[in-house]
Design a protein around this ligand. Structure first.
Ligand code: ZN
Length: 368
């Protein structure tokens, strides 16, 4: 196991952010660079993990600080890479992997694959096929590159140390990856399948994330004779209706509360108290501003699951109409709304048709 791992992290990442150094940006619960360092240490494949960076003091508080070596980077990526090779020469490495800190998502499986392929090769490079059609510009003329013949190289890239060292010392051009040295020098390069998720983080947009939340809603209203029955925003023909300060629509109330729950905004009573202003208000008028605010805050609804708990009316008879109506109020695709009817075996107040209850669970995702 004479393998060494080099992580290049001295770049200024000007395309990422004016002030934030990309490699220290928080991504999936840790700094971008931590992913590469911790994975390479966890793999137990390397005698040494060497980080090339410019602010060496940054690493002093890290829990892995004692397990890695750190040296200062150069002006360009190729200078940093050469600094690493010069530093490591005294250890007489057999194999060396060079990696850009901006790719936090490679797997240990890929590391194993690279090292295994080094047994019979001097340079092993992971690649993925191009998804896009690429144009090539020569002076003012554009040419199409054949997509089947173009591919993207990734890092880590694996080499025999001796050959890489010699090529790197001789090289004067500012190369952007070490594979270039072997290709330009007409050396044989072994290409292996890279990993789609091992994409390079270049722009702040590349690390924007989404978070999913759940909310629970429950409501119950008393059934009284000669009232209109509203369920899910529509009028249902029935001998009784639900009594409330509003129209008593248990479904829309439970949906409203579920949304408020998922977004940590207290409850429906906070926004629509039992005051004169909201007397006999139709419930879709309460739900609509909550929905509008939800979408305005970059949330989207994943799905809505509803239990309507009553003996009568039979849900199956009105299911489509109710879902249709909820879909309109919430601006949510009908295919994402489920309505279940649940009786209570004639038990209690609901069983005696004195009340109707409803419970709702909602899943929503916030996008940055
Ligand atoms: Zn209610």
């Amino acid at each position: 196991m004479n393998n060494y791992f080099v992580i290049l992290a001295a770049g200024k990442s000007k395309r990422f952010h004016k002030k934030i150094s990309k490699q220290f940006y928080n991504y999936r619960n840790k700094e971008i660079i931590d992913h590469s360092i911790e994975k390479s240490l966890d793999s137990k494949l390397f005698k040494k993990v060497l980080v090339v960076a410019n602010n060496l003091h940054h690493f002093k508080k890290k829990k892995y600080y004692k397990d890695i070596s750190i040296i200062k980077g150069g002006k360009e990526r190729s200078d940093s890479s050469r600094n690493a090779l010069k530093y490591l020469k005294k250890y007489k490495p057999k194999n060396i992997l060079i990696h850009d800190a901006a790719r936090p998502n490679f797997t240990i499986k890929l590391l194993n694959n690279l090292i295994n392929n080094l047994k019979k090769n001097k340079a092993v490079i992971p690649y993925i096929k191009s998804k896009d059609t690429i144009k090539y510009k020569v002076k003012n003329n554009l040419f199409n590159l054949n997509r089947d013949k173009t591919f993207f190289t990734q890092t880590p890239q694996a080499f025999r140390f001796k050959e890489l060292y010699e090529l790197s010392i001789k090289q004067e051009n500012k190369i952007t990856d070490e594979a270039t040295l072997f290709i330009d020098g007409d050396y044989k390069v072994k290409f292996i399948k890279g990993e789609k998720q091992n994409n390079k983080i270049t722009y702040l947009d590349d690390v924007k994330t989404s978070k999913t939340f759940f909310g629970l809603g429950f409501d119950i209203h008393k059934l009284v004779k000669n009232e209109k029955l509203y369920l899910g925003g529509i009028r249902i023909p029935f001998h009784s209706g639900l009594k409330g300060h509003s129209d008593g629509d248990v479904i829309l109330h439970a949906i409203t509360d579920a949304i408020l729950g998922a977004t940590v905004q207290k409850d429906i009573g906070t926004y629509f108290p039992n005051t004169k202003k909201f007397k006999n208000i139709r419930s879709f008028k309460m739900l609509k501003p909550i929905i509008k605010n939800l979408y305005k805050s970059n949330f989207s609804i994943n799905n809505l699951d509803i239990n309507l708990i009553c003996e009568q009316p039979k849900v199956s008879k009105y299911r489509e109409k109710i879902i249709d109506s909820i879909s309109k109020v919430t601006n949510l695709d009908k295919g994402l709304i489920n309505l279940k009817g649940k009786t209570v075996e004639k038990l209690g107040l609901i069983g005696k048709e004195k009340a109707i209850a409803c419970e709702v669970i909602i899943s929503i995702t916030k996008y940055d």
